[in-house]
Write a protein that binds this ligand. Structure first.
Ligand SMILES: [Fe+2]
Length: 234
């Protein structure tokens, strides 16, 4: 196989969703561990590594020391979103990253009808036809700090939107977790260092991704790839 499968349905093992749909439920995330077929995972990792790596750019937003230096009152700390990872947006068809994604079948895969159907079935919301697409690659130490992905200034996003995220982790990764808020406490934990998984989320809600940790001696090659399809609710 030298390209992504043409549709999501043929890339997954049979998925039984044991949970209620997200719509109307307090828990806004569903996680399907190891959903991607192992042969698809292996090929996808190879394709991403070879064809997308050259198009990744470093996204870097460090913690500003002034957040502490300028504090004048106890217990008033607030931490804006801080992050470091490697990413490529795939929404401009003229970009080199989008052309590479198209050439390996990634764009067709992420815009397949069966992927949107899955996101609709799990979320319980009718969704826009065309998702926004992004690829993120986590290297050792890469993370995203607490944030909520609320976009109150965008009319089409301010009432919430649905993300389907596919995680593909290579064998050199030891640890990485997704933490999120549920019922007022920031204490739900998902192990995302497993070989593959699919999440469907109804944003916004508070979440963070802990720093990727490599297996000992595998720091140069440990990678977790994240394929994102973001759908506006119809
Ligand atoms: Fe996020």
């Amino acid at each position: 196989m030298s390209a992504f499968p043409t549709d999501f349905a043929s890339a997954i093992r049979s998925a039984k969703n044991p949970y209620p749909v997200i719509r109307g439920d307090a828990n806004r995330l569903r996680w399907f561990p190891r959903l991607i077929r192992p042969d698809v995972r292996a090929t996808a990792l190879q394709l991403l590594e070879t064809h997308l790596t050259p198009h990744l750019r470093l996204a870097r937003r460090p913690v500003d020391p002034a957040l502490i230096a300028d504090m004048t009152q106890n217990y008033t700390e607030a931490l804006p979103k801080s992050l470091r990872n490697h990413t490529a947006m795939l929404n401009d068809p003229r970009s080199a990253a989008s052309k590479a994604a198209k050439a390996i079948g990634l764009t067709a895969f992420l815009t397949s009808t069966s992927l949107k159907d899955f996101a609709e079935r799990v979320s319980g919301y009718p969704l826009s036809q065309t998702p926004g697409l992004q690829v993120i690659c986590y290297h050792p130490g890469d993370y995203v700090g607490p944030h909520n992905d609320h976009h109150p200034e965008e009319a089409h996003l301010r009432d919430g939107y649905v993300d389907l995220q596919i995680t593909l982790t290579n064998d050199d990764v030891a640890h990485q977790s997704l933490l999120y808020e549920h019922n007022g406490f920031f204490n739900e934990v998902v192990d995302i260092a497993i070989p593959s998984g699919v999440s469907v989320s109804h944003l916004p809600f508070w979440h963070q991704v802990t720093p990727l940790q490599a297996r000992r001696g595998r720091e140069a090659t440990a990678r977790r790839w994240l394929l994102l399809a973001s759908f506006v609710r119809r």
